[in-house]
Design a protein around this ligand. Structure first.
Ligand SMILES: NC(=O)c1ccc[n+]([C@@H]2O[C@H](COP(=O)([O-])OP(=O)(O)OC[C@H]3O[C@@H](n4cnc5c(N)ncnc54)[C@H](OP(=O)(O)O)[C@@H]3O)[C@@H](O)[C@H]2O)c1
Length: 351
């Protein structure tokens, strides 16, 4: 077989503020792969079907010298993130052609996973595929963002019935799952989002007790309408974190999941009311869900429950699927402007 096209989205330049399409992130068509001759070193080749867009990718768009919890993207190489692909070539007895795998892949049509990388991939089992979820969901509610919601809410939040929780970024990939888990456990759920459509969806489809548009409302005044917060699930940081500190009950738990309002800022927003932590005896805990990737007991707990809850409709999911790798740069930049409504995913190919 002759070499075939292997288009990609590459990291072209380090941004200082918001990344720009065509400048910092570029779609490139002039790459090829020869599936007959490619050297896979005990690994596999996948045809990539769906790939996730996640806010933490902004943190990987940095210079190689800066240290952080995730590796920097390499200049002029494809972006990488959680994906689902189909095995099209294997030199590894663990994998068969035609299997679907989940894990780290590249923003390209085909990826070579050498043995060490292939060993980290999770094969989607037949009984999981029979649940009938879309492949996009395995990188969303049944993948890393779902794990983030589940771990943060249950293991850090220590929720109790009738408590009040406030979730920012509430219509997003993580927030929508946290809100539904909280309703399921009998909590009063308040959420904020950046458009009236998103707010309406939280109220009418997910039955949040209260939701508001943080861009057009006074966040402190909205929170003052309710009981003090027992749990704050923080996806955004900044002003809303400050408002949550003022609205917290004694002994509230702050689940520090992310601070997207700060990711494109040169200077971080200073939080002015941290003394609340002392006076109210608050617990603030950050976490990185990747730490749980090799925790077999957590993986078992998550995968034995959440995909089934999605399949039987106990958990509703909203996804924002963009078709075509060439549209990925725009979709990626869009999440930092709130353009996605639901979990942002790229559909690279149908099968
Ligand atoms: N700790 C971990 O291991 C972990 C894992 C996964 C995700 N996270 C974090 O969790 C958070 C949510 O991630 P996600 O995947 O669920 O993303 P997402 O909500 O699906 O997408 C990002 C959303 O953030 C909101 N946003 C963008 N800029 C904002 C700003 N300046 N202020 C307030 N909101 C803004 C937008 O919604 P609006 O229209 O509502 O503004 C946008 O749609 C992020 O902070 C992410 O980094 C952490």
């Amino acid at each position: 077989m002759a070499p075939i096209q292997n288009s990609a989205v590459v990291f072209a330049e380090i941004p200082s503020g918001y990344p720009e399409v065509g400048k910092h992130i570029k779609y490139v068509k002039d790459r090829t792969i020869d599936l007959d001759t490619v050297d896979i070193q005990g690994g596999i080749v996948t045809k990539n079907l769906v790939i996730s867009i996640d806010p933490y990718m902004r943190g990987r768009m940095r210079s190689a010298e800066k240290k952080s919890y995730s590796a920097p993207f390499e200049l002029n190489q494809p972006l990488a993130n959680f994906f689902v692909g189909k095995v099209v070539k294997t030199d590894n007895s663990k994998f068969n052609i035609g299997q679907y795998v989940y894990g780290f892949g590249n923003y390209e049509e085909y990826t070579i996973h050498i043995k060490a990388q292939a060993d980290l991939l999770r094969i989607l089992r037949d009984e999981e595929l029979q649940l009938g979820l879309s492949l996009t969901t395995w990188v969303g509610a049944a993948g890393m963002p779902g794990q983030t919601a589940y771990h943060g809410f249950y293991h850090i939040g220590e929720p109790k019935k009738d408590e009040t929780i406030f979730i920012t970024g509430a219509s997003g990939a993580v927030g929508q799952i946290v809100g539904q888990l909280a309703k399921r456990e009998g909590l009063k759920v308040i959420g904020s989002a950046g458009s009236d459509d998103k707010v309406k969806w939280l109220q009418t489809e997910l039955n949040f007790d209260h939701a508001f548009n943080y861009k057009t409302s006074d966040v402190k005044a909205e929170l003052a309408k309710f009981d003090p917060l027992n749990i704050y699930f923080d996806n955004v940081g900044g002003d809303q974190l400050e408002a949550a500190l003022d609205a917290a009950a004694n002994y509230a738990r702050f689940i520090e999941c992310g601070m997207i309002s700060q990711y494109n800022q040169a200077d971080s927003h200073g939080i002015r009311n941290l003394m609340n932590i002392v006076g109210k005896r608050l617990k603030l805990q950050g976490f990185i869900i990747l730490d749980k990737a090799r925790d077999a007991s957590f993986q078992q707990e998550f995968y034995s429950k959440v995909p089934k809850w999605i399949a039987n409709g106990e958990l509703k999911i909203k996804e924002d699927v963009t078709k075509g790798l060439e549209k990925a740069p725009e979709a990626l930049v869009g999440i930092f402007q709130g353009k996605n409504f639901g979990k942002a995913v790229i559909q690279i190919a149908d099968d």
